[in-house]
Design a protein around this ligand. Structure first.
Ligand code: DP6
Length: 365
């Protein structure tokens, strides 16, 4: 497939007005996307667990304008309040996708969005937010083209979401999503996320992710800036190679259910991501002292109890604690007894692997 497959062909009759609503989850990468080429093409492939509890719900209302507008007409509400400062990001997104959603200037758009997690939790809402908006827009196109297949719908939704934020392309479907071309995964592409095509061992079903909110403030360096710092980075090429190798290793692990091998890859990926930040120029550190305290506690607990619990990190200080369903009770007890003390105001979110985005009836909460 190429980008051109996502340019609508022929004329369709689109509705005069309407409203649509989607809930899209966040995701947590096991092999990390860090570094990109032009047009949101990833420098290396990545794979993630789709989450369940952390999600964005977006309602999109639209009304056809009497004439073609010369700029985008949109209003944006976040958690019920008009949010002018979120608009530039949406306008950039609309500019990037206009070729594939050619009716954007034919409508007035009202976007009402909210997150299931607190805005100032340090959890990025760009993945779930862009995925929910892409799904809403595509469902407007689908209403003029009801024959659109489910596969094409999911691919194009992921493709559009990617143009808003790379990791958002992994937030359309569940439960294990791969993005970026790599020879060992048939169907893998840089254009959109695909569901992992091989059998996955029972050990990885219903996997848990408890997100420890170590630092809820704004990050000092955004992901977008971090990605840019991979241009000309001394270790970039080796890192990109390593991501392909780790995906290849994970293929065996997902088949065999080998949790020790899984832990080794996942933790190494998290630390490599942060090592790339620390070795870029300018260098930066997003971990906080409590991030390291938590990592050390997890390592001691794992060694002492042989529990297959591990951590991963996003581009921030919060820690995602991953563990299988079969060890849930023991892990939650450990988190409460030993880790919650390192969270800002004791806050954490219990999440787990999920099935992907859902269309909601318009007035459903
Ligand atoms: C560390 O998808 O937020 O979470 O494409 O610039 O929007 P943009 O970046 P973004 O980067 C996510 C980086 C990461 C790793 C990952 O999710 O794979």
């Amino acid at each position: 497939m190429t980008e051109n497959d996502f340019v609508p062909k022929g004329s369709t009759s689109l509705p005069m007005d309407g409203k649509v609503r989607y809930k899209a989850p966040s995701n947590i990468a096991l092999v990390k996307y860090w570094g990109k080429k032009e047009n949101q093409i990833p420098a290396n492939p990545s794979i993630s667990f789709t989450l369940d509890a952390c999600a964005t719900t977006t309602a999109l209302s639209y009304k056809r304008s009497e004439k073609l507008l010369d700029s985008f007409s949109l209003e944006l509400f976040f958690e019920g309040k008009l949010k002018e400062d979120f608009k530039p990001k949406i306008i950039t997104f609309f500019e990037r996708i206009e070729k594939y959603v050619p009716f954007l200037k034919e409508y007035h758009w009202k976007i009402e969005t909210s997150n299931s997690f607190p805005h100032s939790s340090g959890i990025a809402s760009s993945a779930s937010g862009m995925a929910a908006l892409a799904l809403c827009l595509l469902s407007v196109e689908k209403s003029g083209n009801p024959e659109m297949s489910e596969d094409y719908f999911n691919q194009k939704a992921s493709f559009l979401a990617r143009l808003g934020s790379g990791s958002a392309c992994r937030s359309i479907e569940g439960d294990l999503i791969q993005w970026g071309h790599t020879p060992g995964i048939p169907g893998s592409t840089n254009l959109f996320g695909v569901t992992y095509p091989f059998e996955v061992h029972q050990n990885f079903k219903n996997y848990h992710d408890t997100i420890l909110l170590v630092h809820k403030g704004q990050k000092t360096v955004s992901s977008t800036v971090g990605h840019e710092l991979m241009y000309g980075h001394l270790y970039a090429e080796k890192r990109f190679e390593q991501a392909h190798q780790n995906l290849e290793k994970l293929k065996k692990i997902f088949g065999s259910g080998d949790l020790d091998a899984f832990i080794e890859i996942v933790e190494s990926e998290a630390l490599t991501l942060h090592a790339m930040m620390m070795t870029s120029l300018p260098y930066f550190i997003l971990m906080k002292p409590n991030t390291l305290e938590i990592i050390n506690r997890i390592w001691s607990f794992r060694l002492a109890t042989k529990t297959p619990i591990c951590f991963t990190l996003d581009a921030g200080a919060n820690v995602h604690v991953l563990y299988p369903e079969s060890h849930k009770a023991k892990c939650i007890q450990f988190i409460q007894d030993e880790l919650v003390a390192y969270c800002e105001n004791g806050h954490y979110i219990c999440d787990r692997i999920g099935k992907g985005a859902q269309r909601l009836v318009v007035d459903q909460q």
